[in-house]
Design a protein around this ligand. Structure first.
Ligand SMILES: Cc1cc2nc3c(=O)[nH]c(=O)nc-3n(C[C@H](O)[C@H](O)[C@H](O)COP(=O)(O)O)c2cc1C
Length: 184
């Protein structure tokens, strides 16, 4: 299916704190399931989403290295949490905090992928935005996409080294807000 032709509008959408945007894909990232929140927030009809590649939501402000990390992690049969800026059908954007996992069959084979997304904490987003802007600026300094991704993967590694954290620890260090049930 063709990518949408909308340009970013600069307007930002949100969704409710207690809502979860859910989608499932096949092994290539083709959407096989979209819940009603996904349909509403993205502005696409269910029939437009099913069978479409997940990059139908790709926002041009997102650094490509985040998606490289996502796919590398899934290929290692692991889960990943990531902040993602998505673009709705009309060009509006919406930020999500996504948890993406492989789905396994009874024999332990990966049969697809599954993502649940919540609205991000505001304090985390204020740290993610400048980081992603810096990664995107570095990516654009390179003539080839591959060189851009390579350079920004190194940049991300340096940020993690500087923070002394794994990627997983880093992602959860971004918000200081706690939920009910957090360890005291
Ligand atoms: C389960 C799953 C959910 C995904 N969700 C999103 C998403 O919400 N937004 C997005 O831009 N990419 C998402 N992706 C990643 C896309 O498949 C794709 O790698 C990304 O949009 C970059 O596209 P591009 O390589 O064509 O630039 C998801 C992938 C999987 C497997």
């Amino acid at each position: 299916m063709a990518r949408p032709t909308s340009a970013p509008t600069g307007r930002t959408l949100t969704f409710d704190e207690d809502e979860i945007i859910v989608s499932k894909t096949d092994l290539r990232g083709i959407i096989t399931y979209a819940n009603d929140v996904f349909v509403r927030v993205s502005g696409y009809g269910e029939a437009e989403l099913l069978g479409a590649p997940h990059n139908i939501l790709r926002h041009p402000d997102m650094p490509a290295c985040v998606f490289r990390l996502l796919w590398e992690t899934l290929e290692q049969r692991k889960e990943i949490f990531a902040y993602v800026n998505n673009m709705a059908k009309n060009g509006d954007n919406y930020w999500v905090f996504a948890h993406v996992t492989p789905s396994f069959d009874g024999r332990g084979r990966v049969v697809g992928y599954h993502s649940n997304r919540r609205v991000p904490y505001a304090d985390a987003l204020e740290k993610v935005k400048p980081l992603y802007a810096a990664l995107l600026a570095e990516e654009k300094r390179h003539a080839s996409r591959q060189d851009g991704i390579k350079a920004t993967m190194h940049m991300l590694e340096d940020v993690l080294k500087g923070a002394g954290m794994s990627y997983g620890e880093f992602v959860f260090s971004l918000s200081t807000q706690t939920r009910l049930g957090s360890a005291a």
